[in-house]
Design a protein around this ligand. Structure first.
Ligand code: SF4
Length: 85
């Protein structure tokens, strides 16, 4: 399982931190941070999936395992890879 956290959407409700505190620690202002990278170990998938479904603003999304979003390659952060020149 691979996820992305869009911090621009996070409203600091803290539900993700409640379900999966190791993956979603809160910063000093109460907003979630994605810790440990986007790839989630199988043992943590249930808690992270619960966080994903409970986030009221849908700031946490699942990424395809293939490193591609809409056919475009992505980095481990989910950001588009630069195109070759
Ligand atoms: S549940 Fe969503 S809105 Fe709340 S802290 Fe986590 S990412 Fe942010």
């Amino acid at each position: 399982m691979k996820i992305k956290l869009d911090r621009t959407r996070c409203d600091g409700f803290g539900l993700c931190a409640k379900h999966a505190p190791d993956h979603f620690p809160l910063d000093d202002w109460g907003y979630a941070v994605l810790a440990g990278g986007p790839v989630i170990a199988p043992a943590d998938e249930a808690a992270v999936t619960r966080a994903l479904f409970d986030c009221p603003v849908h700031a946490i999304t699942m990424l395809p395992e293939s490193n591609r979003v809409n056919g475009e390659p992505t980095s481990d952060t989910g950001a588009p890879e630069p195109r070759p020149a």
